[in-house]
Design a protein around this ligand. Sequence first.
Ligand SMILES: [Zn+2]
Length: 290
Amino acid sequence: MIHQVTRGFVEVADRVFLARYPQWDVGVGLVLGRDGAVVVDTRASDVQGGQVLDDVRRLARDVEVRHVVNTHVHFDHTFGNVAFDAATVHAHHNVALGLRAHAERIRAAVREDPSAAPEYGYTEADLLQVLVTPVRGPDRTFGSNATIDLGDRVVTMAYAGRGHTDGDVAVLVPDAGALFLGDLVEESDHPSFGDDSWPLDWADTLTAHLVAAGEPTVVVPGHGRPVDAAFVERQRDEVAAVAAVLRERRLAGIPLEEALHEPDTRLPYPAAHLEAAVRRVWAQLAPPPP
Ligand SMILES: [Zn+2]
């Protein structure tokens, strides 16, 4: 999918910005405060992280990026960390635990197939950068909640359970009503169920974030345009439907191969999109007794 994106940061709430980039259609957040700025996610390489920093400076010449938050472990959100020398990188404990192994898996996959994918906006040069970028993990990790004080406003980070990965955090700017949900929500594609996802937990995690955020005025997904709380509720219900149907079929004793190749018509997304979700649920739930 190719998406028309405006270059640079666009304000989505009071002094809260989103920049969208073509490679993997990833979104990067920016929160400005009196004592510096917070960047939410850093794209897929040192070069791409450096471009984010350039875009920050184009918007606000003298601002210092003092903090980076990684919404989760995936390379398109973390590999740009290394470009932010002056910043403290914040993330969930599980991002620190899982980043090196994730990086190895991604690099192995890139080595196996180093060809461009125009539908996802990346070139062979982008993939080469993924291979050579030094991995920089978080400096400060947390298990449930953490706060960044920008002097005249705070930014809060919260973990509410597993979903897209085991370390997804929400980033909230309470005074602006802006909520970043990383890849717990996607606007430009269906939510991504990978082989590190937790399909059975995901919907409850989203509900917890929505409740904790009160009534967010804008929600920024990991990929795509900003949305509202009603969009998140609809996608949460779709993810809940995926979990309910897969759980039911697993507990009915349906073999994995059948679940993969004869998908249930109640599922809200195409079968090809849910292959990893099926495998995850079959692995996570015990089969029924004989
Ligand atoms: Zn992701």
